[in-house]
Design a protein around this ligand. Structure first.
Ligand code: BTN
Length: 274
């Protein structure tokens, strides 16, 4: 069901007041809110050819929210921020960099609003106190790039499915704060627009320092799974094309996709102490 832009839990906000307070030129200037969708990724794909870059589809609930690696993205009503955005040419940079750039920009925006540090884990995880609080899903459908962001906002620990309860968290669980999703979305879109523009002009340099400052696995021993294969090594951080540089017994390899299962030191403690 499509509706005017509304944020059900934290007071209502109509689309003109959202737009008035949104500090972007092109990202989110058209934003469509749905009370329920199977997935914002699938909805936005229907508009690749008919819409300009910058369209945002936001849902209060997803019934078939998707994560990376064919996982489900748990998306109950009112508890999270679930949105997808449409990017189009010029996409001059390696696509993997858009995933890193989206995570960096989201972390910067969250830090600005909440004044607490967030961490990142290659290639797309946003962490809070070492647990996953959000993720980025990238799908390339030429000439477009669809970027989906999911953020656990007001979930309580018991709301998470048992299989992710130990690894996932929410802003509420870690801070006790109930924060307006509209406010978070505005801050994230503003930071994303700046970051995508900087990525076009400067490339990896635009995000490298901010990624590394938040990366929980950089310079740690890691165990990484890619399909059937498990690699162990020393994470050197992302390369300029967004792949992960991993120093193994056989030399330095570039990892294009996969999941870091374990890392040696608790990186978020390192960051918190800083
Ligand atoms: C991940 O960490 O695996 C990525 C999660 C991405 C979830 C978001 S929620 C909005 C958009 N719609 C989806 O179905 N998935 C993304």
């Amino acid at each position: 069901m499509k509706s005017s832009l509304r944020d059900t839990k934290e007071g209502s906000e109509n689309s003109s007041s959202f737009a008035r307070r949104l500090a972007t030129k092109w990202l989110g200037r058209k934003i469509v809110f749905f009370r329920e969708l199977p997935s914002t990724q699938d909805e936005i794909k229907r508009h690749i050819f008919s819409e300009e870059r910058g369209l945002v589809i936001w849902a209060d609930r997803q019934t078939r929210g998707r994560g990376r690696l064919q996982r489900r993205w748990y998306s109950p009503r009112g508890a999270g921020l679930y949105f997808s955005l449409l990017l189009k040419e010029p996409l001059k940079r390696p696509l993997a960099l858009y995933s890193l750039a989206t995570a960096v920009a989201t972390a910067r925006a969250l830090e600005e609003v909440l004044k607490i540090p967030f961490q990142l884990k290659w290639p797309n995880d946003i962490l809070l106190r070492g647990r996953k609080v959000g993720g980025v899903l990238l799908e390339a459908i030429p000439p477009a790039l669809i970027v989906g962001v999911g953020l656990n906002v007001s979930f309580k620990r018991e709301d998470f499915p048992p299989e992710i309860r130990d690894k996932a968290t929410s802003i509420y669980e870690e801070t006790g704060l109930i924060v307006s999703r509209a406010r978070l979305l505005r801050a994230i879109l503003a930071e994303l627009e700046k970051t995508y523009e900087a990525l076009l002009t400067q490339g990896f340099q635009a995000i490298e320092a901010d990624w590394r400052a938040r990366d929980v696995t950089v310079e740690s021993r890691v165990v990484l799974r890619r399909g059937e294969h498990v690699f162990t090594g020393y994470a050197l951080g992302p390369a300029p094309d967004g792949t992960l540089l991993l120093k193994t017994a056989d030399g330095i390899i570039r990892v294009h996709s996969g999941e870091i299962l374990m890392w040696a030191v608790s990186g978020w403690e390192k960051h918190r102490a800083a």
